[in-house]
Design a protein around this ligand. Sequence first.
Ligand code: HEC
Ligand code: HEC
Ligand code: HEC
Length: 105
Amino acid sequence: MKTFLTTIITVLAIGFYSLASAVPPGMEVEFTKSPMGKVVFSGKLHADKGKKCDDCHPKIFEQKKGTAQIKMEDHQKGEKYCFTCHNGTVSFKADGNCNRCHKPG
Ligand code: HEC
Ligand code: HEC
Ligand code: HEC
């Protein structure tokens, strides 16, 4: 009985753990501070485009919501945060594409 219970608990714990670690790829992060309108970052969209965790973590983003402080100058320099990729080389650049990220309203 004791082993049985231990097994159940272990199975539940593993199930819970994989559930918890399954959240980030499907995660969305909302950036709401810009006067241009909020930006929703979709983990799923980026995973579907073939991006792996270590393409972004830990070099570009910390694994903690709200740590990135994204400034206007970062948009053009193409070397920090989103613009490490959204620089016209890996993916579309900021100029001319404001509304692909910023959704007014
Ligand atoms: C295209 C870039 C990108 C990829 C790929 C990516 N992430 Fe993230 N991740 C982010 C951003 C952006 C944030 C939010 C950072 C911030 O707000 O400062 C974040 C935040 C997180 C957080 C913190 C969540 C919270 O509630 O604080 C975790 C955990 C995380 N990512 C795990 C992962 C894992 C695991 C993978 C791979 C399956 C992954 N990420 C792939 C960009 C990415
Ligand atoms: C590791 C590279 C990488 C990083 C970092 C990254 N992206 Fe992307 N993003 C992509 C790629 C690749 C696509 C797919 C579009 C393409 O092929 O150009 C994409 C697509 C998008 C799209 C879809 C736009 C559309 O019209 O289809 C949005 C919105 C977006 N990214 C926002 C963000 C935001 C916001 C951040 C930062 C929080 C970010 N991305 C960081 C690589 C990246
Ligand atoms: C790849 C996605 C993406 C594109 C394209 C983009 N932005 Fe942003 N922008 C962001 C994110 C993410 C933030 C951070 C917002 C926050 O911290 O809440 C931001 C922040 C800003 C801010 C606030 C900066 C600050 O110092 O507080 C302004 C202004 C801004 N964007 C304007 C623009 C303009 C203008 C364009 C088009 C030329 C543009 N953005 C294109 C993702 C994008």
